[in-house]
Ligand binder design. Structure first.
Ligand code: HEC
Length: 176
């Protein structure tokens, strides 16, 4: 019985990996919204009260993840969700805009940007796509029918710093 259950679980996992590897999927959480709800009371709106460069205090990505994991607002977060929050933390530490893709609709994709006063642009090869901002921290892009998600490149610019998100590579910036 137990073996049957674990075989079933393994199969489900394999299928999840297959689906994740084949298509492109949005991030597991809305990092900017989650931070706003669960973390900003202590760290300020969009992390303004976190010390610039704090990332350097941690020897490795896993150490940084452990700190995030120990935070009151991180209780119950899965590893992939924590990784997403850690990416956002890297952007804050570096003073760079953070970009994340969070929703895949039938004809549009949606995501977040932080800080909210960053300028967001999107393109596919040489063609510019229209970006709508439902509010400061969100963006929405209608995808023309002939556009492949894997070719979409989104940039966020704020002063001299810039982040680039290529959906073919990852659903959010600052993965490293
Ligand atoms: C109740 C207040 C509180 C909340 C809520 C909170 N933190 Fe923290 N956080 C702290 C304190 C205090 C420290 C510094 C002490 C430490 O490193 O444990 C800290 C440290 C950190 C650091 C390391 C900063 C540095 O300078 O080393 C990060 C990154 C961080 N928090 C992220 C988060 C995230 C992400 C959330 C939400 C999921 C969160 N925190 C929620 C209080 C909080």
């Amino acid at each position: 019985m137990r073996r049957a259950i674990s075989a079933g679980l393994t199969l489900a996992l394999l299928m999840a990996v297959a689906v994740g590897g084949g298509g492109l999927n949005p991030a597991p959480i809305k990092a900017v919204e989650v931070f706003h709800r669960k973390c900003s009371s202590c760290h300020g709106k969009e992390g303004t009260m976190l010390e610039r460069g704090f990332e350097q205090k941690y020897a490795s990505a896993s150490e940084l993840r452990e700190v995030v994991e120990s935070m009151p607002g991180a209780i119950g977060m899965r590893t992939d969700e924590l990784e997403t929050m850690v990416a956002y933390m890297r952007a804050i530490s570096r003073g760079e805009p953070f970009l994340i893709w969070t929703v895949r609709g039938a004809t549009a994709i949606e995501g977040e940007v932080s800080p909210g006063d960053s300028k967001v642009q999107a393109r596919v090869q040489k063609r510019t796509l229209k970006v709508v901002r439902p509010d400061a921290n969100r963006w929405r892009i209608e995808l023309p029918k002939d556009v492949k998600l894997a070719d979409v490149e989104i940039t966020a610019q704020r002063g001299a710093s810039r982040a680039t998100l290529r959906l073919r590579e990852a659903p959010y910036s600052h993965t490293k």
